[in-house]
Design a protein around this ligand. Structure first.
Ligand code: DQA
Length: 142
């Protein structure tokens, strides 16, 4: 079984981007945390990061071919993208929404997520450790 670990815009800058909020771990560290958790549960992983909404949607569609679930950090598209929500609804596979920061302790505009109502689980504020939790949770339900 394989899971898709999908990271949206600006997450390629993890480690240097606003470290007071996001920490100093990089996207490579995220991949290490997620793949370690996945391997522990016998799951294979595919990592995709894109700054483009369309590419994220394409990756969600492609997951239908060979994945059983999705871990997604949609970045700012969390708060804006009905299209990503529709894609997740269309493929109808379980997903966990994860945010590195505690979005509820931040600006009001980060409090709304278009995805959370469809998510199996939502994780926020655990730093990159949250990706490990997200994979654990997905492993329990796929
Ligand atoms: C984020 C939170 C979003 O509000 C923000 O736009 C991001 C990252 C997080 O991981 O904390 O890009 O999803």
């Amino acid at each position: 079984k394989r899971i898709l670990v999908l990271n949206g815009p600006n997450l390629n800058l993890l480690g240097t981007r606003n470290p007071a909020v996001y920490g100093t771990d990089t996207l490579a560290d995220v991949e290490r945390v997620a793949s370690t958790a996945a391997e522990a549960h016998g799951l294979a992983t595919r990592f995709v990061q894109s700054n483009s909404e369309g590419a994220l949607i394409d990756a969600i569609h492609a997951a239908r071919e060979d994945c059983v679930g999705i871990v997604i950090n949609p970045g700012a598209y969390t708060h804006t993208s009905i299209a990503i929500r529709d894609a997740l609804e269309a493929v109808a596979m379980p997903f966990v929404e994860i945010h590195v920061s505690n979005v509820y302790a931040r600006e009001e505009f980060r409090h709304r997520s278009y995805l959370s109502g469809l998510a199996s689980c939502v994780i926020a504020g655990a730093g990159i450790q949250g990706y490990g939790f997200a994979v654990e949770r997905l492993a329990a339900i796929v």
